[in-house]
Design a binder for this molecule. Structure first.
Ligand SMILES: CC1(C)c2ccccc2-c2ccc(C[C@@H](CC(=O)O)C(=O)C(=O)O)cc21
Ligand SMILES: [Zn+2]
Length: 326
């Protein structure tokens, strides 16, 4: 069979210390795909046509049809786009934002992408809203909403909160983080390598403190891990897969993921479908890893709010566990 980009021998850059197994790839009508989603496991679903009406999207088409609305474009000096919450920047006076962002027309963004000279890395991330032109709106309406809503109902997810249009320069990386929503990630153009980690890998990924602008992001630089500071990182186990055009990846809530637009396959175009969490009725024991993360977040938030000054957090947290729970 002709070798496919997704064959493990090609383009799978293994990070030292990170052990991965392949993310399952299943056809849309394969009942096992449903079972994996229902059990909160990641799966790459092929030929779902979730965004079938957008398979013809490319830079030129988007330039011609996105209208002249302004789009948020992030810029990074090193190709890494570590998200930060601007509302939390005042909590950490020494914080240096790793990326900047400006609003520009899609046409400006596309011409920046085409110019090979720019040393900066750029990544367009924008909720699809009603400023788009009529052709895009038609394509958007043509998404396989039955599939999306069937997943939402069958898995008792909350409402769809946003569809993000993502256009990334080849080689951009979104470092390891988790989100608090369920995500159907649809790939339209180009290839993205995903590394995915179960929420129980929390102790190997050392997230920033909850009041930090990089809340939900891992402190570990996968390209140069500091094993003195983050010793458990060397035990990290997860999943790896390359998501290509027409693929849909289910990223369960609280699952860590690191995403890389493959170097030599041009810009990537993706569209995410984020759903709020299912409302928790009765808590069933034993708690699962995602629930434990939610509980840790609530407790950390409460302590930070009560202590008021975040400078008191390290001593308080250490005092609470040191020599008592080690
Ligand atoms: C890095 C970027 C552009 C960004 C900058 C500033 C604020 C938010 C975001 C943001 C949010 C989501 C993604 C998509 C994806 C990662 C990927 O595909 O690269 C992902 O993590 C997910 O779908 O959950 C990417 C971004
Ligand atoms: Zn994410």
């Amino acid at each position: 069979m002709a070798s496919d980009i997704r064959d493990p021998i090609q383009g799978s850059k293994n990070y030292k210390h990170v052990t991965t197994a392949p993310i399952p790839r299943l056809e849309y009508k394969d009942p096992r795909a449903e079972e994996l989603i229902q059990s909160g496991q990641p799966v790459i679903i092929t030929d779902s046509d979730l965004v079938g009406s957008a398979y013809h999207w490319n830079l030129d088409y988007l330039c011609a049809n996105l209208g002249n609305g302004l789009y948020t474009v992030y810029t990074s000096g090193n190709g890494k786009f570590k998200y930060y919450d601007e509302k939390k920047v005042p909590n950490v006076p020494s914080f240096q934002p790793p990326t900047s962002h400006t609003d520009m027309t899609f046409q400006d963004f596309a011409s920046k992408l085409k110019r090979k000279d720019n040393s900066d890395w750029i990544y367009l991330q924008q909720p699809l809203n009603d400023t788009v032109g009529p052709r895009i709106e038609l394509d958007f309406k043509g998404f396989n909403w039955d599939f999306a809503y069937r997943q939402m109902k069958r898995n008792r997810w909350g409402p769809l909160t946003s569809n993000l249009l993502l256009v990334g320069m080849a080689g951009v990386v979104t470092p390891a983080h988790y989100d608090e929503q369920e995500n159907l990630f649809a790939q339209i153009q180009g290839y993205k390598r995903f590394l995915l980690f179960h929420p129980d890998q929390f102790e190997c990924l050392y997230p920033y403190p909850i009041f930090h602008p990089h809340d939900r992001q891992s402190q570990v630089d996968f390209d140069d891990p500091d094993l003195k500071k983050f010793p458990q990182f060397s035990k990290l186990k997860g999943y790896e897969g390359i998501v290509g055009p027409k693929d849909v990846l289910y990223i369960p809530m609280y699952w860590w993921h690191q995403v890389e637009s493959l170097e030599d396959h041009g810009e990537t175009i993706s569209c995410t479908f984020w759903f709020k969490a299912a409302p928790t009725e009765k808590v069933v024991y034993p708690l699962n890893a995602g629930q434990k993360v939610a509980i840790m977040r609530n407790i950390e938030k409460m302590i930070a709010d009560t202590l008021k000054d975040n400078k008191n957090m390290p001593h308080f947290m250490r005092t609470m566990v040191q020599g008592r729970y080690s």
